[in-house]
Design a protein. Structure first.
Length: 319
C-alpha cells in the first residue's frame, strides 16, 4: 500500500547523506513507493482547527551534492497524509514542545512518529528516571547543597544540562577538580533548569553503546569510543563508532523498557548504555542507522518502515 509521508525535519540541503538517519528513512520510504513531502518546523501552522504545513514534494537519491529534489511549495493539510515523521534535531525547547502540541491534533488519524504527546512527555534525561534500578546513581536538581552533597558521596561525577543534546555542556569533574562552584554559577546564569549529575562511569573508556529499538524490540547497536582526553563519546566531538554485540545485560535493559516504549507509540528509540547502566532514552530524533549498517549490522530502516506501515494501515482501517 502506497502511503503519503511528510518529513518534518531540518533543511534537507544541510544533511550529511552518509550519516543522517532521516535520509535513509526517506530512501527506504521512496523505494517502497511512498509519496514524500518535506517541510521545516517553522512551516507548521494551526489554523481554524486544521494542521497545515507549507510543504514541498520530495525525491531523494544517494548522490553527494545532488541528493534531493523539491517541488513547488504548497499548503498541505496534514490530516490528509498517512504519516508524519517528526525528525527535526533537538534542542528540546519550547519550539519543539509547541510542534508536539500542534501535531497532537492529527495523531493518530495521521500517524506521527514518534507519538507527539509521548515525545513531549519523555524528555530523554527525565524519562530514563522511570527505571532507577537500571541507571547509575543520579541526581536531578538545581540545589547547590544537594549537588555538593552528591559529589561528596560519589567523588567522581558527570554534570550536564537537563535538556542539552549532542554532548554540549557535559563536564567530568574528578575528585580534586575545584571548578564545581564556578560551573554551577555559570549554569545558573544561563538557565533556570535543574542539572543532571551522575556518578562517573569509568566503563566509558570502553565505549558508550547506542542501541536502536523498533517498536520496543532491540534491533541493532554500535559502540562509540571517546577520543583520548575526552569524556564524551558523541561522534561529532570525536567519538569513534565500532562494531558491537548486545550483551545479556543490554538485552535485559531492552526487555525491561521495551513494552513501555511500544505502549507509548515510541516506534523509533535510541538508548545509551555505558557498561551495565542505562544513561539516556532518545525519542526525539534518534540517530545511528547508517553507522550500524556500515559496521556490518542490519539496515534498520527496513524494520522501522515495517513497523510504521503496520501502525499506519491499522489506523487507516479503523478510520
Amino acid at each position: 500500500m502506497s502511503l503519503s509521508v511528510a518529513f518534518q525535519m531540518d533543511p534537507i540541503e544541510t544533511i550529511d547523506i552518509n550519516a543522517d538517519s532521516t535520509f535513509v528513512l526517506a530512501l527506504e520510504a521512496q523505494a517502497r513507493g511512498h509519496r514524500l513531502w518535506h517541510y521545516l518546523p517553522r512551516d507548521l501552522s494551526f489554523r481554524d482547527g486544521r494542521v497545515l504545513a507549507r510543504a514541498r514534494p520530495l525525491t531523494v537519491r544517494r548522490h553527494v551534492g545532488g541528493h534531493f529534489t523539491l517541488g513547488d511549495p504548497q499548503t498541505l493539510d496534514l490530516s490528509t497524509v498517512d504519516v508524519v515523521m517528526m525528525r527535526q534535531d533537538p534542542p528540546f525547547d519550547m519550539s519543539y514542545i509547541t510542534a508536539t502540541h500542534i501535531l497532537e491534533h492529527i495523531h493518530p488519524r495521521t500517524l506521527v512518529v514518534n507519538d507527539p504527546a509521548e515525545v513531549r512527555g519523555a524528555p530523554e534525561k527525565l524519562f530514563v528516571c522511570r527505571w532507577p534500578d537500571l541507571m547509575p546513581p543520579t541526581l536531578i536538581s538545581a540545589d547547590v547543597a544537594e549537588i555538593k552533597d552528591f559529589r561528596a558521596e560519589h567523588k567522581d561525577i558527570i554534570i550536564k544540562p537537563l535538556f542539552g543534546n549532542g554532548g554540549a555542556g557535559v563536564f567530568h569533574l574528578k575528585p580534586d577538580d575545584e571548578n564545581l562552584g564556578a560551573l554551577l554559577e555559570m549554569f545558573a546564569s544561563i538557565s533556570r533548569e535543574p542539572l543532571m549529575v551522575q556518578r562517573y562511569l569509568p566503563e566509558i573508556r570502553a565505549g558508550d553503546k547506542r542501541i536502536i529499538l523498533v517498536d520496543g524490540e532491540a534491533m541493532g547497536a554500535i559502540n562509540r569510543i571517546p577520543a583520548a582526553g575526552e569524556a564524551r563519546s558523541n561522534m561529532h566531538v570525536g567519538g569513534r563508532p565500532v562494531e558491537t554485540q548486545l550483551t545479556p545485560r543490554d538485552r535485559e535493559i531492552c526487555a525491561t523498557i521495551g513494552p513501555e516504549l511500544r505502549a507509548r507509540g515510541l516506534v523509533f528509540v535510541g538508548i545509551d548504555v555505558i557498561g551495565d547502566y542505562l544513561t539516556e532514552i532518545n525519542v526525539t530524533s534518534p540517530t545511528g542507522l547508517q553507522e550500524i549498517a556500515r559496521l556490518g549490522g542490519p539496515r534498520l530502516e527496513a524494520p522501522l518502515w515495517d513497523a510504521i506501515e503496520t501502525r499506519a494501515t491499522e489506523g487507516i482501517s479503523r478510520s
